[in-house]
Design a protein around this ligand. Structure first.
Ligand code: NAD
Length: 452
């Protein structure tokens, strides 16, 4: 069992979204007493009742177990949190600013301020949200300024690297822990070594550094991953033009250990609540600092990524002749598999654009339908692959759920109007579909209808 016998630290987690709810439940699983805090009353009610408001494998079980045992509680009261907690993690949202590229850090500021005003004993505040470089140092000062109660507040920044779909595993056994602290703040370091004792025992690399490095590690990692995806997708634009096989290209360069095969999957591109906004926020932040050219390559990374969505729409139109009145079966609407998250989802974007061009769009996602329906209610959301592809003039696979990777032509034969499929994630066996008389178009492959 992961539980430790002697537990002293009381942990609060401010913000109980994807990051915070996961962190809170995992900290309880590691043996700590945990209090989750959010300003969203409905979310707190649901969580307190042991119900997870989003999809994340393995998390509902932990939430049920520890809300039942009493190790994990939820509140909307900062007063309660400030009086109770020894370590306060901040995991509130840092979305893209409306109308700009920068990150909207008002929620982080508000959370830090609320803590400062309500902490009444020695405590460590640990920022986890993804923030523009400079935020931690500013907040560390702000917190000292606004704290008038008894006790000393220490401040650290510990960016989160979890991936949705693997969030529990990534939290219990992260690849590394990065912690920014004030120069020689050995107390903060000691407390965090205790919080992460089980990870340390498992030999997780734990990197103590300054605030700025810690903040930058997070955005550097995301910028690198986004660049890797857009790198292969740029080559897709070439192979679509000259012919060639993007998957073989990725496999071949991926054998070079310096490059590596992961994150080289050509397709409709990245999305979600992190990569797109994080590369934009990084550009905005370095520009603010006067380094206008430094991250300009990320503009290209972003544009290559968004052009993939254009490509799917254009390919659909090219195949069908016209979009108006066509019936399209969309498989997948979450931004990636094993998630119900549709924030900046390439799949939802493509589906919405086909709809806006006059197509009848049927959508099926194993988990994402409900969130997608909130954002774009006018699509026809259905609850199975057969319902999505029925009478479709074209089927478009946009999220690589295992259920879709396992599809075979015979699963769809007899349902569709045309045997045409667009593989937006390069996960289907082209030969198999062609042998079954399907027209299959994939991103990164030249589409030659005349060959049919
Ligand atoms: P989210 O939108 O799912 O959750 C944010 C939560 O914060 C919401 O429940 C909101 O009600 C709450 N909140 C806002 N202001 C608050 C306040 N003043 N006090 C208390 N709660 C408040 O967002 P998320 O996906 O969990 O992301 C949170 C942060 O973690 C972001 O900075 C994000 O970039 C970062 N991050 C996310 C992931 C991920 O996979 N989702 C991974 C790594 C890092």
């Amino acid at each position: 069992s992961l539980e430790r016998v002697i537990v002293t630290l009381r942990i609060t987690v401010i913000g109980t979204g994807y990051l915070g709810a996961t962190h809170a439940a995992c900290m309880a699983e590691l043996g700590f007493d945990v209090l989750g805090v959010d300003i969203d009353e409905r979310k707190i009610e649901q969580l307190a009742a042991g119900q997870l408001p989003f999809h994340e494998p393995g998390l509902p079980e932990l939430l049920k177990k520890h809300t039942a045992s009493g190790k994990l509680r939820f509140t909307t009261s900062f007063e309660e949190a400030g009086a109770w907690g020894d370590v306060h993690f901040i995991g509130v949202g840092t979305p893209q600013k409306p109308g700009g590229y920068g990150a909207d850090i008002r929620y982080v500021d508000a959370a830090a301020l609320s803590l400062a005003q309500h902490i009444t004993k020695d405590a460590l505040i640990v920022g986890k949200s993804t923030v523009p470089v400079g935020t931690a140092r500013r907040l560390a000062c702000l917190v000292q300024e606004k704290h008038t109660g008894p006790g000393t507040i220490r401040f650290a920044w510990n960016p989160e690297f979890l991936r949705e779909g693997f969030a529990v595993k990534n939290t219990i056994s992260p690849d590394r822990l990065v912690i920014g602290i004030e120069d020689r703040d050995l107390d903060a370091e000691a407390i965090l070594r205790e919080v992460y004792a089980s990870q340390l025992a498992a030999e997780t690399p734990m990197i103590f550094t300054d605030y700025e490095t810690a903040e930058l590690v997070k955005v550097a990692a995301n910028a690198f991953l986004a660049t890797k995806i857009s790198f292969i997708n740029a080559f897709s634009e070439v192979t679509e033009f000259v012919g060639g096989d993007i998957r073989t290209l990725a496999d071949a360069i991926g054998h070079d250990a310096r490059i590596g095969r992961r994150f080289l999957n050509a397709g409709v591109g990245f999305g979600g609540g992190c990569l797109p906004k994080d590369i934009r926020a990084l550009q905005a932040r370095v520009s603010e600092l006067g380094l206008d050219r430094t991250m300009r390559f990320l503009t290209e990374v972003d544009e290559i990524n968004l052009r993939r969505r254009d490509r799917v729409v254009a390919l659909t139109e090219e195949i069908l002749g016209r979009l108006n009145g066509a019936t399209v079966g969309i498989l997948g609407v979450a931004f990636k598999p094993d998630s119900d998250d549709v924030r900046d989802s390439p799949a939802l974007d493509v589906a919405a654009r086909l709809f806006n061009a006059g197509a009848n769009v049927n959508v099926y996602d194993p988990q994402g339908n409900a969130n997608a329906a909130k954002r774009f209610p006018r699509l026809n959301y259905v609850d199975s692959v057969p319902a999505a592809v029925r009478d479709a003039h074209v089927v478009i696979l946009l999220t690589e759920w295992q259920e879709f990777k396992n599809l075979h032509p015979e699963d769809l034969n007899g349902l569709v109007a045309n045997k045409i499929i667009i593989d937006g994630r390069n996960v289907l066996n082209v030969q198999e579909w062609e042998d079954a008389d399907w027209t299959i178009a994939a991103l990164g492959r030249k589409f030659e209808p005349s060959r049919e």
